[in-house]
Design a protein around this ligand. Structure first.
Ligand code: COA
Length: 311
């Protein structure tokens, strides 16, 4: 059976750390409020010169190296981002040039925080159709650029970073097993960023929609894959808010240790959050080769979805 298997993972976050205590100095907020409402303690912020493709580059290089490949082997580069280097060319074009790829198909995906799992789904289809052998899927964001640093309700939540995987054509039972992707544009007003302006969010509304959409998508993807939840070693949800993650664990009747979170370190890195979390969970041996994992995300659009894979 031909599958699209993850053969390499990488991540990169900019070194500059902004803690909740740093934010207390510029906003009417407190470490206590941010920690109890979101679970976030600190986030990374890119330097002024750093663009999404700059953050993506080390993450992509690591993923390609871990896959035992070189940039010349990559047939397609997909970058999920809401904070692209430019409107066009795509961040994927900049990234493939920086990587020294051999003129791959390259394009960006705009699906906000669900972008990475949308990208995985597209990469999976390319491989299953026989079109490509190796697809690089990246989530890379510099949300610090679209944050209104005077708005305490959003400035405390987001951070910058990048994560990448290589999807490769493989024979066997390991790889992406199912995906359930959805969108509903009628809810666009709960989380959006007009061109050239700053991000706006209706927090409470987004909170409720997030839990319900990830729960529904997770169940649908499991059903499609024919895998019981008990078989899943780890759920890796989009890192938006620890209370959303805990509520999802409760709805799925999963113990908290089966649902990964590193939000305390990075905040919400949008499309980068799942590959960063997957990278750290793997390094921390929360799952291993051959384990079943479930990825689920939601974001502006609204967009949401879930992917089940055998790692
Ligand atoms: N520090 C201190 N107080 C703050 C604050 C901050 N950073 N941000 C908001 N507040 C205040 C509000 O002004 C409000 O004050 P009021 O009661 O005097 O009006 C109070 O805290 C409660 O605000 P509310 O928005 O109701 O809080 P909440 O419990 O819903 O938490 C979020 C706010 C944003 C943390 C929460 O709604 C959330 O996480 N939503 C989901 C957002 C998300 O995940 N977005 C990304 C999607 S991909």
């Amino acid at each position: 059976m031909i599958r699209a298997k993850i053969t390499g993972i990488g991540m990169h976050v900019p070194p500059r750390v902004i803690t909740n205590h740093d934010l207390e100095k510029i906003l009417d907020t407190s470490d206590e409020w941010i920690t109890t409402r979101t679970g976030i303690k600190e986030r990374r912020i890119a330097e002024e010169w750093e663009k999404a493709s700059d953050l993506a580059l080390p993450a992509a290089e690591e993923a390609i190296k871990n896959a035992g490949l070189t940039s010349k082997d990559i047939d397609a580069v997909i970058v999920a981002t809401s904070t692209p280097d430019m409107t066009f060319p795509s961040t994927a074009c900049f990234l493939s040039d920086k990587l020294g790829c051999s003129k791959p198909m390259a394009f960006d995906i705009s699906a906000a925080c669900s972008g990475f799992i949308y990208g995985l789904t597209v990469g999976n289809s390319f491989i299953l159709s026989g079109q490509f052998k190796n697809v690089l899927v990246v989530g890379a964001e510099v949300f610090s650029r679209i944050i209104d640093w005077n708005d305490r309700s959003t400035a405390v939540i987001f951070g910058d970073g990048a994560g990448a995987v290589v999807l490769s054509k493989a024979d066997g039972d390991r790889g992406i097993l199912s995906a359930a992707m959805k969108s509903d544009g009628s809810h666009w007003g709960s989380l959006y960023c007009p061109v050239g302006e700053k991000l706006r969010m209706r927090g409470r509304e987004t909170f409720k929609l997030a839990i319900k959409s990830m729960e529904t998508a997770s169940k649908k993807a499991l059903n499609k894959a024919g895998i019981d939840l008990e078989k899943i070693s780890l759920v890796i949800p989009h890192q938006a808010n620890i209370r959303i993650i805990n509520a999802l664990a409760e709805r799925l009747e999963l113990p908290e240790e089966k649902v990964f979170s590193n939000i305390h370190k990075y905040g919400n890195t949008s499309a980068a959050s799942i590959p960063i979390a997957m990278y750290e969970a793997y390094k921390e041996k929360k799952f291993k080769e051959g384990d079943y994992i479930l990825l689920t995300a939601f974001g502006g659009g609204l967009t949401w979805g879930a992917v089940v894979l055998k790692f």
